[in-house]
Every structure is written in C-alpha cells, then in structure tokens.
Design a protein. Structure first.
Length: 216
C-alpha cells in the first residue's frame, strides 16, 4: 500500500520509516511529494496545527488518490506567549528559512533570562484515507494525533543533526544539550513528531493488514 507523506523533507520521511521498521510494520510504502506528480498546494492558513495538517492531507488525497499523512509542527515559546506557533516555518517572513528563523528567535530572546526561556514543540499529524478506501476497509477516513516535547531555548545553536529549531531547543530529558545533538533513535523516542507518529503506526499497521486481506 503506497502512502503519501505530504512533505519534501527527507528527514521527516526517514523518521516515519524508522518508526515503521521498529514496529515491524510491513506492506506500507511511503512516498514523498517529490515522488508524485506535482499539484497545487493550498495555503496553510489554519489557526491550529491540526487545521494545517488537514489542509495538506486533503490536498494529497484529492490530487493523488493515495492515503496521505501530513504533519504541522512548530515551537511555542513561553516568553513569546506561545509564538512562533503555527508561524514557526515562516517566523522570519520567508517560508522554510531555518537559519533566519533561528536568528530572529535568538534576537527576540536576547535579554530573556534562562529561567524564562521555557518552550515546547508541538506536532499535529493527520492520516486521511480516500473515502472509498476507508469505506471498503471499514476504517475511519481521518485520524488526528498530537505530540508534545518540553524544553527550553538555548542561547546559541548546538549540533548538526535535526532541522528547524532543533539546534536551539534543549529538551527536559537532556538539559544543556540540543535536539540537534541527539542520535536519531533517541530523538524519535522523545520528540513531539516521534510521539505523534508513533500513534499513527498502529493505524498504518491496520491499513496494511486490511489492504492485504482485501487485495486493495
């Protein structure tokens, strides 16, 4: 069963593949946006992470006919009243410029003492099945899950792994160390996205099993 991951981020695809392998889920072939015919993407104008993830999965199902997984994630900083939040990917005014986003965040928190640099990552993941497939397999059409990872914002970037705000985020489990310094398996275990995607693994296992049994 081919499942579209509505992202061009290879690290997100690899993360989900690792979780499927760890759970010994067979019969699911993950493909990215780079592997399907390009289609117009609806602007992510949702007020919440779940809203934006649903926008992406609806696009994927409509244009490819494949079950589609999408996540919308971001960093919520206590001192900034929960921002960047849903604006995390374009906090600097441009979408996907990680370095500019990190530089701006550091500048905004430059005078903030360590005790007020609390933050948490949020990941909202959605799996949407084409309606006909969901009806055939006796499954729901939409599955929504959320994961959270608590920590604080460091004063400078650390580490070469990860992406986005990872070099600035120090998780509560590893004080003083950034998410970008963790081994992939450890990050999968702790991270907001890992926690959210882990909740979808059982659904994907069910999808694979039912699809094989019904020869979909």
């Amino acid at each position: 069963m081919r499942v579209l991951v509505a992202s061009r981020n290879k690290k997100k695809l690899a993360e989900l593949n690792r979780l499927l392998e760890a759970a010994e889920v067979a019969g699911i072939e993950l493909v990215s946006l780079a592997e399907v015919e390009e289609y117009p993407e609806t602007p992510e104008t949702g007020a919440t992470f779940i809203d934006n993830a649903n926008i992406k999965t609806a696009d994927g199902v409509r244009h490819t006919g494949l079950p589609t997984i999408a996540d919308d994630s971001g960093l919520a900083v206590d001192e900034l009243n929960g921002m960047p939040g849903v604006l995390s990917a374009r906090w600097c005014g441009r979408h996907g410029d990680d370095q500019a986003n990190n530089d701006l965040l550091l500048a905004q928190l430059s005078d903030t003492p360590d005790e007020r640099r609390g933050a948490h990552f949020v990941s909202a993941c959605v799996l949407q099945l084409p309606k006909e497939l969901a009806d055939t397999l006796g499954m729901r059409e939409i599955y929504e899950v959320v994961g959270r990872w608590d920590g604080r914002v460091l004063r400078q970037e650390q580490g070469e792994n990860g992406f986005g705000y990872d070099p600035l985020f120090s998780p509560v489990e590893h004080p003083g160390k950034s998410a970008a310094e963790l081994a992939p398996a450890r990050k999968d275990e702790l991270s907001h996205r890992g926690k959210a995607l882990a909740q979808l693994v059982t659904v994907l296992a069910e999808l694979a099993e039912k699809s094989a049994n019904s020869a979909v």
